[in-house]
Design a protein around this ligand. Structure first.
Ligand SMILES: CC(C)(COP(=O)(O)OP(=O)(O)OC[C@H]1O[C@@H](n2cnc3c(N)ncnc32)[C@H](O)[C@@H]1OP(=O)(O)O)[C@@H](O)C(=O)NCCC(=O)NCCS
Length: 177
């Protein structure tokens, strides 16, 4: 049997993962609510693992789209994060992460946050390397795949404006030197 090419397309299910955390005292503020920064950290980890599973490479976070926290998460509650790669481009991938909180007494769940992150696959010396494409299968996967292209364009546009602004600020700081 011929071995599969490392750049053969993969379904989003191949990179799907679920991560479970419990909110401990060190994760909370003075009110006993989960810190937003801790949740962002867990989201970043879940997304990185998903990107690495898709690409078979070490992956670094290039950007995180805006995040909202839809309600408080209390000390002792269980947080479940579901991540998968929505779309791969050349060396980058968009990962979607969906976060729910679960009450272990009743089994009730509540959606608390979602995020889209972009990861870049890199080699041992830090150069970006190509990743396999995503082959969506279900209607939901196809919708996420299509929407990912629009989000990428917005992100790259934001990045371009940031780079341009930094260049202008640098030039005005050094003007007349
Ligand atoms: C992410 C990083 C590898 C990109 O390197 P670069 O030389 O600027 O990248 P390039 O312009 O060659 O782009 C590489 C890919 O990243 C994508 N990319 C770069 N910046 C991006 C951004 N802000 N948002 C989305 N995608 C981005 C590019 O579109 C490109 O994707 P493609 O190959 O699929 O088209 C580099 O900026 C880096 O190492 N950043 C720090 C990463 C890190 O340490 N993260 C942890 C937090 S500090």
């Amino acid at each position: 049997m011929t071995p599969k090419s490392p750049l053969a397309a993969k379904a989003p299910t191949a990179s799907h993962l679920e991560m479970t955390e419990v909110v401990l005292p060190n994760d909370t503020n003075q009110l006993g609510n989960l810190l937003g920064g801790r949740l962002m950290h867990w989201v970043d980890i879940a997304a990185a693992l998903s990107a690495q599973r898709h690409s078979g490479r070490i992956c670094v976070t290039a950007s995180i789209d805006e995040m909202s926290f839809l309600g408080p998460v209390k000390l002792g509650q269980v947080v479940r994060l579901r991540a998968s790669v929505n779309r791969a481009f050349r060396t980058s991938m968009e990962v979607g992460v969906h976060v729910i909180v679960e009450d272990f007494r009743t089994g009730d769940t509540r959606h608390v946050s979602s995020a889209y992150l972009t990861f870049v696959a890199i080699d041992e010396i830090g150069h970006s390397v190509p990743v396999p494409p995503v082959a969506p299968e279900t209607d939901q996967e196809k919708r996420r795949f299509a929407d990912a292209q629009d989000r990428r364009e917005k992100r790259l546009d934001t990045r371009k404006k940031l780079v341009e602004r930094e260049r202008r600020e640098h030039e005005s700081e050094h003007a007349g030197e």
